[in-house]
Design a protein around this ligand. Structure first.
Ligand code: GTP
Ligand code: MG
Length: 405
């Protein structure tokens, strides 16, 4: 059977490889949280892979959809020109506007009329995998009435017939429970987009409540952020980088990040390093601590609310290993997902990860990843961050991201 990867980080794992043909997946959002970027991102992934997409819009003009997609750094227009992306305009009819779209539903308040055009569009696509995006169930209910969702059950039969995959967007306004139950029932998979709220939205996350083809239920919440450009990213607001004096923490933060800033004096960190990392679908803020003992009183503060820890050590300096463990305690990072980055691994006298594990008495579930510098500033420049090897840094992130969520 075909699997349709979404390219939404982490989601494909939940879906056991991706969406399936003849199914309906719903992105079910709490009001205030955008679900369209999820649809755009997976649609672009499918188009890039040579599949065809039909985007049924009842919320905005197709040109607005294209502009929004462009905003994220993707080019949908090329696929419209190639003919693999087709819009069904079920919006202009609602506001009595003209449409230049190939598929236009003038009677957009009549759900059966949308179905008719959808079947025609599906029939026009030959020999391609077909993805149908519907934007959105909520606008359908709002414009065409509650009964209109019954029409979507017909779509399910049509998807069966054409081997198509449906992606429906839904915003959970205060609808009747009866309606919500019907929508849940029609879905093969549901991805909820929610937020941790106090007075304002603090953090957005997605979680699944149903995947018919693998029986998965409520997974972990995956925190996400929509970046423009870039799209949907798993968002880690705080990753702590700690470790003994001179181990290479600032070097790590600077080498890993775009536009890192440090508060330091004569090369030693006196407050913190801060940097931002975009890698492997993750968007991460890195916070580096100072290493000198005189800053120990602020370590707990810097470590608070971190979601994971990178402990940078100097693998040529076993005398500092006890200090590294002490700093993990002080920064309150024991128990969090943790990776030991064994820096200066290419220097003479550096210890192997096995040796380090024995000497530090680290439990087997804490990975130790060797790191080396590609270039080190000349001695006469004093203590300045080195440029660490990119592959090494990526190894650290790959391992940590796997344990994070
Ligand atoms: N040869 C070599 N030098 C390194 C490496 N990583 C860092 N350095 C050097 O080691 C020194 C310390 O690096 P930093 O990144 O400032 O270390 P730090 O842990 O932030 O230090 P503090 O903030 O003072 O605790 C600098 O002079 C770096 O250039 C490495 O992998 N190899
Ligand atoms: Mg430093």
């Amino acid at each position: 059977m075909e699997l349709y990867k979404t390219s939404i980080p982490k989601l494909d794992e939940f879906l056991d490889g991706g969406m399936r043909p003849k199914t309906i997946t719903i992105f079910w959002a709490t009001p205030g949280i955008e679900n369209t970027p999820f649809a755009y991102q997976l649609m672009m992934e499918r188009l890039d892979n040579g599949d065809s997409c039909i985007y049924v819009t009842q919320s905005k003009k197709s040109t607005s959809v294209e502009k929004e997609i462009e905003h994220y750094g993707w080019n949908a227009i090329q696929y419209r020109k190639m003919g693999t992306l087709k819009f069904i305009d079920a919006y202009s009819g609602l506001i009595n506007a003209d449409s230049t779209d190939e598929y236009y539903v003038s009677d957009a308040r009549n759900p059966a009329a949308i179905t008719e055009v959808l079947e025609r569009a599906l029939g026009d696509i030959k020999d391609k995998n077909r993805i149908v995006i519907f934007d959105s169930i909520s606008t359908l209910i709002d414009h065409c009435g509650e009964e209109s969702i019954k029409e979507l059950l017909k779509w399910k039969e049509i998807f069966e017939e054409y081997d198509a995959t449906g992606i429906f967007l839904f915003i959970e306004w205060p609808y009747d429970k009866r309606i919500l139950d019907q929508i849940k029932l029609m879905a093969d998979a549901i991805i909820h987009l929610k937020a941790i709220e106090e007075k304002v939205i603090l953090r957005e996350y997605f979680t699944i409540s149903k995947v018919a083809w693998n029986g998965k239920k409520a997974g972990l919440g995956i925190p996400f952020k929509i970046s423009v450009p870039g799209g949907v990213k798993v968002y880690i607001p705080k990753l702590l980088v700690t470790g003994p004096y001179n181990a290479g923490k600032s070097s790590f933060v600077h080498s890993a990040s775009t536009g890192a800033v440090s508060v330091d004096r004569l090369g030693t960190t006196i407050a913190l390093d801060h940097g931002h990392v975009d890698y492997a679908g993750f968007s991460v803020d890195l916070f580096g601590t100072p290493g000198q003992e005189r800053f120990d009183p602020i370590l707990g503060l810097l470590g608070g609310e971190a979601l994971g820890v990178i402990v940078v050590i100097d693998s040529t300096d076993p005398d500092s290993f006890a200090r590294a463990k002490d700093m993990m305690e002080r920064s309150k990072s024991v128990g969090l997902p943790c990776v030991v980055a064994a820096n200066k691994a290419n220097l003479e006298g550096s210890l192997s990860p096995d040796d380090i594990r024995k000497r530090m008495r680290l439990p087997g579930d804490i990975p130790i990843i060797p790191l080396s510098a590609d270039s080190v500033p000349p001695k006469e420049k004093g203590k300045e961050p080195a440029i660490l090897n990119e592959d090494d840094i990526h190894n650290v992130f790959d391992v940590l991201f796997r344990t994070l969520i």
